[in-house]
Design a protein around this ligand. Structure first.
Ligand SMILES: *Cc1c(COP(=O)(O)O)cnc(C)c1O
Length: 189
């Protein structure tokens, strides 16, 4: 997945012309500004939401994105379930796991993941995998291995982990999608 936050629609168009189809954005509004025309020209473009989702943006997010990777709290799960039912857009979701148990970081604690997954399933959400952002000042490998182990125990097949600096390790640990920003687009302003 090419992460296009802070980069222009023109930069994204170059990748689309080269055959790339999966893109990630952190903010609903930035995606809504950048992508409408690109989605029209490339109907098979798939846009992943990889940033925090506020409850008041759920309607726009479900209408505009194709995958929600940051399902990270019960309130959001409930809001997404209501919106997906009423819109008929049952998007695949990934649960964001706070794999390093960092107090300031979003995500479900690893030991609460099973319970949260059960809640999401009860609500009718299509949960297909897990996503994480490991602590930036630590070796990511133990965290990637922990996420892969958790996904296997939960019976989930999709693993979104790895960014520009660590994607090779993530792939070796079983990532099924890596989220690459600066290594594709260059550094962000
Ligand atoms: C920005 C971002 C990325 C891409 O980061 P790079 O280091 O530029 O590859 C990946 N995942 C998330 C959640 C991001 O916010």
């Amino acid at each position: 997945m090419a992460v296009s936050k802070n980069h222009s629609a023109e930069a994204v168009a170059e990748l689309l012309a080269a055959g790339h189809r999966h893109f990630g954005e952190n903010r609903v509004q930035e995606a809504e500004r950048k992508y409408p025309e690109l989605k029209r020209v490339y109907p098979d473009l798939r846009l992943h939401l990889i940033g925090p989702l506020q409850s008041n943006k759920v309607r726009q997010a479900v209408a505009f994105f194709d995958v929600i990777e940051t399902l990270d709290r019960p309130k959001l799960a409930r809001a997404l379930a209501v919106e997906m039912k009423s819109s008929g857009r049952h998007l695949p979701c990934l649960i964001e796991i706070n794999i390093g148990s960092e107090p300031q970081k979003a995500g479900i604690a690893p030991n609460e993941a099973a319970e949260f997954l059960a809640l999401c399933r009860d609500l009718g959400l299509r949960v297909e995998g897990l996503m994480c952002i490991p602590p930036h000042d630590q070796d990511p490998v133990p965290h990637f291995l922990a996420l892969a182990d958790l996904a296997q125990r939960l019976g989930l097949s999709r693993l979104s982990m790895g960014m520009s600096n660590d994607f090779k390790h993530a792939i070796a640990c079983g990532a099924t999608e890596v989220r690459i920003g600066s290594a594709i687009f260059g550094s962000r302003a």
